[in-house]
Design a protein around this ligand. Structure first.
Ligand SMILES: Cc1cc2nc3c(=O)[nH]c(=O)nc-3n(C[C@H](O)[C@H](O)[C@H](O)COP(=O)(O)OP(=O)(O)OC[C@H]3O[C@@H](n4cnc5c(N)ncnc54)[C@H](O)[C@@H]3O)c2cc1C
Length: 391
């Protein structure tokens, strides 16, 4: 088994985490990325205790410590007057209960650290300008054909090519995306522009009827990241990087507190994007023969619990452990799926549920409705640990 050659389609956070996890178990890995250069979009990402355990296991603890913002208390506030509706602790109390805390990090910082670690293990491990055209397999191996016409042969192939995965489509057919009725904006603002009095505490959420705003510092507190959600009946384009304007954003959040509008006004126009949120039903299985899926390719998830990348990183650690523990490819992929499908389907469903709580019309009853708990608290979300999970 330890001589297996494993190909990965996609060098996002999922594909690179998987590459690193497999390299660390002694496998030869090659990652194929369609983009001409490596990089991640400019946006923040929240990493829960389970992702922190996984990142520590992958040897990148120092990245978390050096590059992230570590939130303490987080507040949910009212959209009109910013009064606190609920408080939760993202630091010490999680640490005591789950052995890790929340970290808020710029996606590019995590991505850079993963790239460096993978390339330090094998300078040839990432191939750019390499778009998957088709895949095939027989009893001896799996073949990846690129749009360039090149073919590459492996013992195992993993599709980590995101929510519109070509590998998933080849294995299981098209999973039709359903527009959810939710749209989102994201932006990054230099922290020195933001009045400190609207950042109490710096990591916080604002809830209003049919709307939600989440903002927190990244890049060691030098940038303020925000994601703002609204509801819109029709949307056609799927993709993360559609330009918006500050006016459009402010119009959508008309009547909101200056705690929110005050930073929305400051977002540099080239740092403001919008997109529609699409959903797909979770698959019941991810593997066929020697080919399997990971991250958003396997289980696209709505962002309302901030768990898409968390799941991709968890998948990767479990995948590496499963291959290290198994004596055949079938056994490794069965162990991987058994340890992951229930967990990821649970998070997909809970993420759909969470938005109903955040977007409810009756904002004043928020504390009562949630019994003072954060949307992700008390549902078992943080109890999963990919490092110790039985595989
Ligand atoms: C608003 C919003 C906020 C979010 N916030 C959080 C958060 O706070 N915490 C969190 O954990 N998650 C969050 N997420 C989710 C998270 O961003 C995704 O779940 C995560 O990026 C998935 O990683 P991935 O590697 O599986 O897929 P991707 O990041 O989509 O990477 C796929 C890679 O595959 C490449 N690729 C695609 N097709 C091909 C092909 N045919 N051939 C070769 N390469 C290909 C792509 O170029 C890309 O590099 C958020 C998502 C949204 C929309």
């Amino acid at each position: 088994m330890n001589r297996l050659k494993i190909g990965i389609v996609g060098a996002g956070i999922g594909g690179l985490s998987a590459a690193l996890a497999l390299q660390q178990k002694g496998f030869e890995v090659k990652c194929f990325e369609q983009a001409p250069k490596l990089g991640e979009i400019g946006a923040g990402i929240s990493l829960s205790p389970s992702a922190a355990h996984a990142i520590n296991y992958l040897g990148l603890r120092q990245t978390l410590l050096d590059m992230s913002y570590q939130p303490g208390d987080q507040c949910v506030r009212h959209y009109q007057d910013a009064r606190p509706l609920s408080w939760t602790n993202r630091g010490q109390s999680l640490q005591e209960k789950y052995g890790e805390r929340y970290y808020l990090i710029h996606r590019a910082d995590l991505h850079d650290a993963l790239v460096s670690a993978v390339l330090a293990n094998d300078a040839e491990a990432i191939v750019l300008n390499a778009r998957c055209q088709s895949i095939s397999q027989n009893l001896r191996g799996a073949t990846l054909q690129l749009t360039s016409g090149q073919t590459h042969h492996f013992d195992v192939l993993i599709g980590a090519d995101g929510s519109r995965s070509a590998v998933r489509q080849a294995l299981f057919g098209a999973l039709e995306p359903q527009y959810t009725g939710y749209i989102a904006w994201r932006g990054l603002i230099p922290m020195e522009l933001v009045p400190p009095e609207i950042l109490q505490p710096p990591s916080g959420v604002f809830v209003g009827p049919g709307h939600l705003v989440n903002r927190y510092p990244v890049r060691r507190g030098t940038l303020l990241n925000f994601v703002a959600f609204a509801e819109r009946e029709v949307w056609t384009e799927e993709g993360w990087s559609i330009r918006s304007s500050v006016d459009e954003l402010l119009n959508e959040f008309e009547g909101w507190t200056s705690w929110v509008r005050g930073f929305m006004e400051l977002v540099p126009p080239d740092q403001l994007f919008k997109w529609g949120l699409f959903d797909r039903e979770p698959l019941k299985t991810w593997s066929q023969g020697r080919i399997s899926l990971l991250g958003d390719a396997a289980h696209p998830v709505l962002p309302f619990l901030g768990h898409g990348a968390v799941l991709a990183i968890e998948d990767s650690v479990v995948l590496g452990r499963a291959f290290a523990a198994a004596s055949s490819i079938d056994e490794a992929l069965a162990r991987y799926e058994n340890a992951r499908i229930e967990r990821t389907s649970f998070v997909v469903h809970e993420s759909r549920r969470a938005v109903k709580t955040f977007h409810a019309l009756d904002v004043d009853s928020y504390h009562q409705r949630t019994q003072g708990k954060a949307a992700d608290e008390g549902i078992g979300l943080f109890s999963y640990n990919p490092v110790t999970q039985v595989i």
